[in-house]
Design a protein around this ligand. Structure first.
Ligand code: 5RP
Length: 219
């Protein structure tokens, strides 16, 4: 299997985790494959909460009802991809810029099922630049604080999040303790969310490998 086939394979495997009620749906190319799989079973669940406008549009395009999270409350499961993931199921997310809504929908879900091809599995997070969503007027201040922490922030040019904010992509941070760093970054005034998903990690990883889909739980 190549990378695209691995993403399609994990998207198919995720269907068994879809509840009868409402499913939380992530963002990105792997999530898009999952949405396409959901379309095939759309009579078997009630609807979806989307983590981005792009995913909402794709879901609606398939005739799947998209619900407002505030009318739904708690969900059984959230299914999404990741940019990097460790065997502790800590992740970097936000390559598609949807990290804030992803973190909100994940927080409202009892179970987080992550879909990833084998290139995403790492021993230590941080080769992928860490996305941080920032209130536009705080861009300079937040960037200076990130430099003090050892990071090299780069503005994601020409990109505005669904929430009207900017993204700083940060290389160079030491992410040996992702749970702690997630909290530290969230303390910087002007940061909306950072792309570390460690305080609320995934519960299950469906990992696409050349040999098939492996199911991993946190070690
Ligand atoms: C979007 C995300 C995605 O889950 C992440 O970027 C992975 O994307 P892809 O499935 O396209 O590799 O966090 O904000």
């Amino acid at each position: 299997m190549n990378q695209v086939e691995m993403k399609q394979a994990v998207a198919r495997a995720a269907i068994e985790f879809v509840p009868q009620g409402i499913v939380g749906v992530g963002t990105g190319s792997t999530a898009n494959f999952f949405i396409d799989e959901l379309a095939k079973i759309k009579g078997r669940f009630d609807g979806a909460v989307a983590s981005s406008e792009a995913s909402a549009q794709r879901l609606r395009g398939h005739g799947i009802e998209v619900l407002d999270l505030n009318t739904v409350g708690q969900m059984d499961v959230y299914i999404d991809g990741a940019d990097e993931i460790t065997r502790h199921l800590h992740m970097i997310k936000g390559g598609g810029g949807a990290l804030t809504r992803e973190k909100i929908v994940a927080a409202c879900s009892r179970q987080f099922v992550c879909l990833a091809d084998q290139s995403k599995l790492v021993d230590v997070l941080g080769r992928f630049p860490l996305p941080i969503e920032v209130i536009p007027m705080a861009r300079g201040y937040v960037a200076r604080q990130l430099v003090k922490l050892g990071g090299q922030p780069q503005l994601r040019e020409g990109f505005v999040t669904d929430n009207g904010n900017i993204i700083l992509d940060v290389l160079g941070l030491s992410i040996l303790n992702p749970v702690e760093l997630e909290g530290i970054l969230n303390q910087i005034v002007g940061v909306v969310t950072n792309g570390l998903f460690a305080q609320r990690p995934a519960d299950i990883l469906l990992l696409g490998k050349e040999s098939g889909v492996e199911v991993l739980r946190a070690i």
